[in-house]
Ligand binder design. Sequence first.
Ligand code: URA
Length: 219
Amino acid sequence: MPKKAAPAYTPEPPLDCPLCPRLVGFLDEQRDKHPDWFNAPVPSFGDEEAKLLIVGLAPGLQGANRTGRPFTGDYAGDLLYPTLLSFGWAEGTFKADPNDGLKLKGAMITNAVRCVPPQNKPTGAETKTCRGFLEARLGALPKLKAILALGRIAHDSTLPALGLKRTSFTFGHNAAHDLGNGITLFDSYHCSRYNVNTRRLTEEMFHDVFRSIAAHLGR
Ligand code: URA
């Protein structure tokens, strides 16, 4: 049997990306139920000149998967976007709508997995398959100085996307890891509804991470 050609990864997956059969099937189901939703791999959002890349987990079903913009319409975005506005990483008004005119300044948001997974849980194989897009995304940001991983899966996917070993950098809330390539990786607990409601992550704790990033970048 001829060997399957490796996929050609680009910073953004094609809207009809076929790589993860379970996720393709789930998107097909959503398209039948909600033909007016985005229902495709959600592209990164922000500034191509970004110094800061924020890496989330995956689009929420009724949020980013519906609207087509990361963290938009998701509970998690109600903490993330106002935080970006108060720390000067965004301008405009956030209305949880991709047409709200909000612009990111020096920052970009992406996800470790670009398609909505059932129960919000991508498999290890799906995360690994989608990592090629993260790798290409990272490689297309010439000004990148800092990465913020929202949650352990984002942290664990970002390191190998940069050719680094996970065992060298342990995830911890508000930890800063010098990756030795001019980039510092910051970690935060994910700003999910669950983490906020259980107070694993408070707004103050989330802002502390952004204060660490600002101090590191001399902003
Ligand atoms: N929405 C996203 O786009 N990513 C997340 O990680 C959570 C919600």
